[in-house]
Design a protein around this ligand. Structure first.
Ligand code: FMN
Length: 185
């Protein structure tokens, strides 16, 4: 069994990411041996990072960050869902990643999903760069959704049919990566 946290990376109350996260989790759960659960980053109420040390030197001490790390640690793998904010990921998602203790993500598989007017290409590339500072297995297959064609009125999620196979393909890659990396954990 591979347990996957599907993390919705926008903390805006009006975020369009909730239905995207649920769609990703539902598709992931069609893959044999997978148990996917949605986590909403907003629910963790993380403050801005003002810790005395980077987490590579000492785990964050803020209680919300301790909880965030505990919850993440309980999963085998992750799917980060990110919108595009100013050609990158939201500051809140970067801040949340800054709070992660490196050992929590060590040798864990990760998949990436994004949405924007340019299909979230840039935030996914930004996330790949950020996650390169951790020792993880970020898989190649990814899901890029477009606010103009996969959302009605740029808000109601109505994914085009051709996306149907993309989440299962990415999740199968996550499962293979998880099996390989589990011997290192
Ligand atoms: C601060 C901010 C910056 C944005 N920058 C971009 C951008 O660079 N490119 C783009 O295609 N959309 C951009 N958008 C539009 C968002 O992708 C769109 O509003 C999306 O719904 C935001 O995700 P959310 O609803 O989950 O918060 C931006 C939105 C915000 C709030």
């Amino acid at each position: 069994m591979t347990t996957i946290a599907v993390i919705s990376g926008s903390v805006r109350p009006a975020s369009v990411g909730g239905p995207v996260a649920q769609w990703v989790a539902d598709k992931a759960n069609t893959v044999e041996g997978v148990e996917a659960t949605v986590l909403n980053l907003a629910d963790f109420n993380l403050p801005i990072f003002v810790e005395d040390y980077p987490t590579a030197q000492r785990p964050a001490t803020d209680p919300a960050a301790v909880k965030w790390n505990e919850v993440l640690a309980s999963y085998d793998a992750y799917i980060f869902i990110t919108p595009e904010y100013n050609h990158s990921i939201p500051g809140a998602l970067k801040n949340a990643i800054d709070f992660i203790t490196p050992s929590v993500l060590a040798n864990k598989a990760i998949g990436l999903v994004s949405y924007s007017f340019t299909s979230g290409i840039r935030p996914i590339e930004a996330l790949r760069l950020i996650l390169a500072n951790f020792t993880t297995g970020v898989v190649g297959p990814q899901v890029n959704l477009n606010l103009a064609t996969d959302f009605e009125n740029m808000s109601d999620f109505t994914p085009a049919a051709f996306h149907d196979g993309e989440v299962p393909a990415m999740v199968k890659a996550i499962v293979f990566q998880d099996r390989a990396l589990s011997v290192l954990r």
